[in-house]
Design a protein around this ligand. Structure first.
Ligand SMILES: CC(C)(COP(=O)(O)OP(=O)(O)OC[C@H]1O[C@@H](n2cnc3c(N)ncnc32)[C@H](O)[C@@H]1OP(=O)(O)O)[C@@H](O)C(=O)NCCC(=O)NCCS
Length: 179
């Protein structure tokens, strides 16, 4: 039985992972939601209204015990998000996702946040943490590798990019991999 905790604050060496608030909308829009660089995460927002709607949904969902969505704060600055979704209660599995502002790429931030989430989810009782990425987005796969996840294969037609069904490359880590 999973003992869901929802989105509680997490602190790592360099990061604070916390809940989003509506005060984050402008910064999120300027830093990543409107950016073409975030296209492998979501279609870029054309107006701040789209970001407001997205974050208000995040905020409303914090009342659910199985809603896992964190704002990533680095050096007192909001730099992106990490999350867990696609939960399967029967096999105790969860998928991790992440998106950061371009100016903060390649500093190990996604890896540090993702590693913390893996620990958080195993503490809750998950047995399997997985993630997948578009083959055209190898940096995302590198994050999965650096977090100790194992490559499982190419899932044909397993994802969606720019409105088209596409293949994705999938990784996972099991609780037993840490023993
Ligand atoms: C994917 C993403 C979260 C990575 O964040 P990050 O904080 O830069 O990640 P890290 O710094 O922890 O690690 C990135 C790794 O990818 C590598 N990398 C960067 N660009 C790469 C490329 N084009 N090809 C291969 N590896 C690449 C980096 O060198 C680094 O590996 P290293 O430490 O071995 O050198 C960030 O690029 C992002 O937000 N992209 C847009 C949203 C997105 O794609 N989300 C994932 C959807 S599946």
């Amino acid at each position: 039985m999973l003992k869901h905790k929802g989105t509680l604050p997490i602190t790592t060496n360099r990061l604070i992972l916390r809940r989003f608030t509506m005060d984050d909308c402008r910064e999120a829009y300027e830093k990543w939601t409107s950016s073409y660089d975030s296209r492998f995460w979501q279609p870029p927002h054309k107006s701040i209204g789209e970001t407001r709607r997205m974050i208000s949904e995040y905020v409303a969902n914090y009342s659910k015990p199985d809603w896992y969505m964190w704002a990533v704060v680095f050096d007192n600055e909001l730099v992106g998000l990490v999350c867990g979704n696609e939960i399967n209660e029967d096999i105790k599995s969860i998928c991790i996702g992440y998106c950061l502002s371009r100016s903060f790429w390649n500093r190990g931030i996604a890896t540090e946040a993702c590693a913390a989430l893996i620990r958080y989810f195993f503490d809750i009782g998950f047995n399997r943490v997985f993630s997948y990425h578009n083959p055209l987005n190898p940096a995302s796969g590198r994050v999965m590798q650096k977090c100790g996840m194992t490559y499982e294969g190419r899932i044909r037609g397993g994802s969606m990019f720019a409105g088209e069904i596409c293949d994705c490359l999938q990784y996972s880590i099991l609780r037993s991999d840490l023993l």
